[in-house]
Design a protein around this ligand. Structure first.
Ligand code: HSE
Length: 307
């Protein structure tokens, strides 16, 4: 194989209670990427369409992730990458993760798969380090493995793929402002009171149980974040109204997608997810904020080869 074309999925990190450990992959929202083998060694980013991002390999998350992978394998050739961005940077649905994961996934395929998808997470995390200052894995893990993922530890890396109930849909609204992950991390407190931590890990455990037993109501009751959401939500216009109206419209639960400003909701069934999208849109129409909205089932396979 000399060239590969990929659909690099958008992701929702944190999923409310699981800051830096939980994530899920979306099915119909993402970037495209073409990667080809070339005689010149190294990684060259030849084209970025849709967003103004650096072409220099060392300044681009895809380039950095790819180089970190190539430092572990001998090749007689190099790679060119074209990136077609549909996910806006700073939107909270894993823009940098889609690029980092896509680069390592595609090169691994062209090399005949020397690495497992779990191995690739570690390389893709280097792109996240460039983007946000922290090599968090909760976007790149679902992008590479699909479905829901849980980052048990990062040192050593151990990521678990969690069962995805078949009727689960995500609705995501992106108010058209940019929130940098690094800024959204800077405002967080460094410690958590024990009482708050107890509530949070109760919800993480319950959410995992709800996913495995397909208990939609339990999933909804577990989508609570006592640690990060109260602080970050102040960066997001009309957050409380969007969340409340989503739940009134039938969502199981709602919260901040990744580091925001996108807000996500999970619903049982596509019909409800559409009603939730209407409720979310109405809030931003009333306050006069432009938005993008996505309705997606959960993608259980991760990055897809499209050509
Ligand atoms: N866990 C990361 C954060 C995800 O919330 O900062 C960023 O998308």
């Amino acid at each position: 194989m000399e060239e590969i074309k990929l659909f690099c999925t958008a992701t929702i990190a944190n999923v409310s209670c699981g800051f830096d450990v939980l994530g899920l992959a979306l099915d119909n929202v993402g970037d495209e990427m073409i990667i080809r083998k070339v005689a010149k060694k190294g990684v060259t980013i030849t084209k970025i369409v849709g967003q103004d991002l650096p072409l220099e390999t060392h300044k681009n998350v895809a380039g950095v992730a790819a180089l970190s992978m190539l430092s572990k394998v001998d090749t007689e050739f190099g790679f060119e990458i074209e990136i077609y961005k549909n996910i806006k940077p700073g939107s909270g649905i894993g823009s940098s993760a889609a690029s980092s994961s896509g680069a390592v996934f595609g090169i691994n395929e062209l090399l005949g798969r020397p690495f497992s998808n779990h191995d690739l997470i570690e390389f893709a995390m280097q792109g996240e380090r460039l983007a946000s200052g922290v090599a968090h894995a909760d976007n790149v893990a679902p992008a590479l493995l699909g479905g829901f993922t849980l980052v048990k530890t990062t040192e050593p890396l151990e990521v678990l793929k969690i069962h995805t109930p078949s009727e689960l849909y995500a609705t995501v609204i992106h108010p058209q402002i940019e929130v940098k992950t690094s800024d959204a991390r800077e405002i967080l407190r460094g410690s958590v009171p024990l009482k708050t931590a107890i509530k949070q890990w109760g919800n993480v455990g319950a959410l995992i149980s709800g996913l495995y037993t397909e208990d939609y109501e339990l999933i909804g009751r577990s989508l609570e974040d006592h640690i990060v959401e109260p602080i970050r939500s102040i960066l997001i216009p009309a957050f409380d109204a969007v969340k409340q109206d989503s739940i009134k419209a039938g969502a199981l639960g709602a919260g901040i997608s990744g580091s925001g400003p996108s807000i996500y909701a999970l619903s049982k069934g596509e019909e409800t997810a559409k009603k939730v999208a209407d409720a979310m849109k109405k809030v931003y129409e009333n306050v006069g904020i432009d938005y993008d909205v996505h309705i997606s089932k959960i993608n259980t396979e991760g990055i897809k080869v499209i050509q």
